[in-house]
Ligand binder design. Structure first.
Ligand code: ZN
Length: 420
């Protein structure tokens, strides 16, 4: 099969070329390829590597009234994503044991339309499960440094983190942390958005990132900080990296679009933790090398009400990440390919994806960048069709998403590859 006449966008640049696909893999990328097989006309379209969303919560098995794998993965495909890595919560049982992993893998194989990896959980008391989870093929582990909001998924104190990171380093895996220092968090003093924001200050994130980097250095563990919300947090990670630490960070679309001043206007659907920060933070975060959705949906009733203390924290957004980034004109096209695919594949050792090059999976997004629109709830494919992003401008009409050269249908399980 040949994808003909498109403008190919990779993290390395933009060029006119055809893409030859054989057995689900990219065989050749060059202008004017010969061949008489099936063709896809990509004239006037841009062709991106399939996106990789390494931070979603699809909640299956267990909380499928919030989201499920079928709806979540279809939403991703509609937004140009061909791979995701699912978090070890808020599904039930949480993915902290080999048995829970097996249950989830079955559900994923049954229902995912795109390729997928799974994060395991690091919690107090599950050290004995880590090796088995690595053997099963987890992409790495996720730990909370503060309460997760889910009783079954307990926070790790510094001692547990240290022990866990030592084990994870021995297993040559990676730890992801939700970085907020619990002693810097407090109960909101009242029901308003402002009181919620004040209860989770930036210094909680900075203290936790500092501690996590220190433990990673002491144990030799690869570390990744999820949903960085502050500019200083991004600076801490970059500074450590420059000194040779194996640490990375990601931010999410919503931290790039909104500030603390937007929360009251947007209401409960925009409540998340860590919360939105100031405009200086927002601007700095556009330089981060990885952008994910942290798609963390729930039913609408849990996102409504006048009391921010009782509203569920999590934003639905995985369908729109790329189209929102494209509409902002802050990153050029290769940078968007980088932060939504290439850098993620490299960081998490997904060796078969993240770029458009011979030998890689033919995961492609064909998009018409001449079209603009806004996000409407009826266009969302989530189980619960609402999002904090409704009404936002998007750029790019999704024309076709190919997973290993085919229409998204049945996803495959991916494991981390060898260190490169
Ligand atoms: Zn999350």
């Amino acid at each position: 099969m040949i994808v003909r006449g498109g403008t190919i966008v990779t993290a390395r640049g933009v060029a006119q070329a055809d893409i030859a696909i054989i057995d689900g893999r990219i065989a050749e990328v060059a202008p004017n390829l010969g061949g008489d097989g099936e063709e896809i006309d990509a004239t006037g379209l841009h062709v991106f590597p399939g996106g990789i969303d390494s931070h979603v919560h699809f909640n299956e098995p267990g909380r499928t009234e919030w989201e499920d794998i079928g709806h979540g993965s279809a939403a991703l495909a509609a937004g140009g994503y061909t791979t995701f890595i699912d978090m070890p919560l808020n599904n039930l049982p949480v993915t902290t044991t080999v048995d829970a992993f097996d249950l989830k893998l079955e559900a994923m194989k049954r229902s995912s339309r795109v390729d997928f990896g799974l994060w395991g959980g690091l919690v107090p008391g599950n050290m004995g499960q880590l090796e088995g989870l690595v053997v099963r093929g987890v992409m790495g582990f996720k730990a909370f440094m503060c309460p997760s909001g889910i009783d079954e998924f307990a926070a790790c104190d510094a001692r547990t983190l240290r022990e866990g990171m030592k084990r994870i380093a021995d297993l040559d895996s990676i730890l992801l942390v939700h970085a907020e220092e619990p002693s810097e968090l407090r109960e909101p003093t009242g029901p308003t958005a402002a009181e919620y924001l004040a209860s989770r200050p930036a210094r909680a994130e900075l203290a936790a990132i500092t501690l996590a980097i220190e433990i990673a250095g002491a144990t030799g563990c690869r570390l990744h900080v999820v949903h960085v919300s502050t500019g200083q947090g991004a600076n801490l990670i970059e500074g450590a990296r420059r000194l040779g630490a194996d640490v990375s960070g990601e931010t999410c679309t919503h931290y790039l679009l909104y500030t603390d001043r937007d929360l009251e206007r947007l209401g409960g659907t925009a409540k998340c933790a860590p919360p939105f920060r100031g405009d200086v933070d927002r601007k700095r975060l556009w330089d981060m090398p990885i952008v994910v959705s942290d798609h963390s949906p729930s039913t609408l009733d849990l996102k409504q009400g006048n009391d921010f203390r009782s509203i569920w924290g999590g934003i639905s957004g995985c369908q729109s990440t790329r189209q929102l980034l494209l509409a902002q004109d802050r990153l050029d096209l290769p940078a968007i390919a980088g932060v939504t695919a290439t850098t993620i594949a490299r960081r998490f050792r997904i060796s078969s994806k993240g770029d458009i090059a011979p030998g890689l999976d033919a995961d492609l997004w064909l998009v018409d960048l001449h079209q603009e629109d806004v996000i409407r709830h009826e266009d969302l494919l989530y189980k619960n069709r609402f999002s904090a992003h409704e009404g936002r401008r998007i750029r790019g009409k999704s024309v076709r998403t190919l997973v290993r050269g085919k229409k998204p249908q049945r996803g495959r399980f991916i494991r981390p590859g060898a260190q490169t």
